[in-house]
Design a protein around this ligand. Sequence first.
Ligand code: F6R
Length: 611
Amino acid sequence: MCGIVGYTGKRAAMPVLISGLKKLEYRGYDSAGIALSGESGIIVRKQSGKVSGLSDLVDGEKDTLSLSHSGIAHTRWATHGPPTTLNAHPHEGNEGRVVLVHNGIIENHNALRERFKSAGHVFKSETDSEVLAHLVEVNYDGDLLAAVKKSLKEVDGTYGITCMVKDEPGVLVVARSGSPIVIGLGEDETIVASDASAIITYTRQAIYLDDNDIARIEGSKVDIESLDSGAVTRATSEIDWSPDAAEKGGYEHYMLKEVFEQPEAIRNTIRGRIDLNRGTAILSGLNLTPRELVDIQRLLIVGCGTSMNAGLIGEYAVEDFAAIPAEVEQAAEFRYRNPIVGSRDLVLAISQSGETADTLAAVREAVDKGTLVAALVNVVGSTIARETGRGIYLHAGPEVSVASTKAFTSQVSVLLMIALKIARAHRLSREKGIQIAKEIQRLPELVQQVLDCNDKIAEVAKHYADYNNAFYIGRGYMFPVALEGALKLKEISYIHAEGYHSAELKHGPIALLEESMPVIALLNQGPGQDKTLSNVAECKARNAPVLGVITKGDEEARKTCDHVIEIPACPQYTAVVPAAVALQLFSYHVARIRGCAIDQPRNLAKSVTVE
Ligand code: F6R
């Protein structure tokens, strides 16, 4: 996820900005840049790669650059355009007078870009953020605050920005809408950042901006206004994080941080991709017309691990909504078994990293077989994204924790949208499409409701932390969730866990049921719930402890279980997301109680680039 730092005060700005960027490295990024304001104008230095590279670059010009007492800096995680030096922030206006750094997405950037191009502007990057820099410069008439205010009223989307102009050295203008900005109040100085980790070396006094706030900052003078009204006052808070927690945005582990980022990650994934009016999804990266979509007779989904589990949910959704066959295949199996693919198949490769060796090889096999191949990838510019050239980025932000969490729920969100889009090209009515689209839009809120139960889930986890084995059971859409729940538990807590279709228990695994074999049952309301309830009764009859993931307020299901975790009521096809989040939190707390190395589980790597 991108990071912002800004400084105005008495010190040399450069070392403060570079140290701030280093503190934000934990967020993940692929390029970095800095802009320093001085007597002779604004100097911008940026490059793809690590902050250390940028630091070496500016160090070579230390004598000049250290004279500057205000500046802005950024770490970029590519969304619009690959991770190149030109796409790195800060971005400049057409005449290089205005410079800004931006987190978020400007949704109407294409329209603005066209407008400026016809006025003769030249763009250096492919980013939406550069368009905003051009806009502020066009609106600048001697007052940076007024120019930014005017510009933000013309944009749609989300932003956290920090902006400077050549004519007002020492002045920073910051604003937020949907992407955080914190203002660190020092003595004779102010440090702004997208997250408090970058400021706590200098001060623990901070103001967190609200959405629609905009502030003009000069030295230690901070004036905050609302975009819609005049001056506003925001409370100052004391940051009490430990330095270690600060590296993870205040969370004890990256995994927990990423679990909690899910409402925002899913919001970013679905933003601009739902057309409520037409009851469909807008997935331009797929690059398929409705005519071409209707020609697709089968979807073949390939991936590994968590990505494959997400694919299984996609299989259910495609068959459910679109009534065309979908199959999921482990990517290694696909690559080696000379798969049968036809000209009317669409192969969909799913990979968070976009680098997984088996998934990449499966993509190459499908390309060689001459079929349509699309990718669903999180990391922009990754090999799978480049080699397919057709696909959908998750926009979930960087995932640092080895255990994949937010990538999974973002993958599922995209798969639901793909299923909806294919379905609308086939037989799904507009009315039904609108209904599904509305349910997809509820996902961030459904996840938030589960996150709000974190303390309760931590309590429940205490009852299950001492077992050596566990079964996860579910049916229908909840079967892949059982597989994913078991995978999460085993990889971070080292408890042996297996996911089964509820009906499969009787065909062997039931032999293992006894008081030392807990069963985690996906029991939320929906088709098949009664059957799984019967399976749970069979488990209880063999003294197995049962933890149920149930629909909020379902007293019947609650009575059947020893412990429950509640998820909000919603259709099964979206319930997979809050249910998976509940199981992520459960695994996290079990692993924490057992003292496991949650972010770096033994024997595992974040990106499996070998077979
Ligand atoms: C589990 C996990 C792995 C990955 C798998 C595929 O938490 O992270 O199972 O899902 O290695 O990785 P990607 O999605 O990068 O292809």
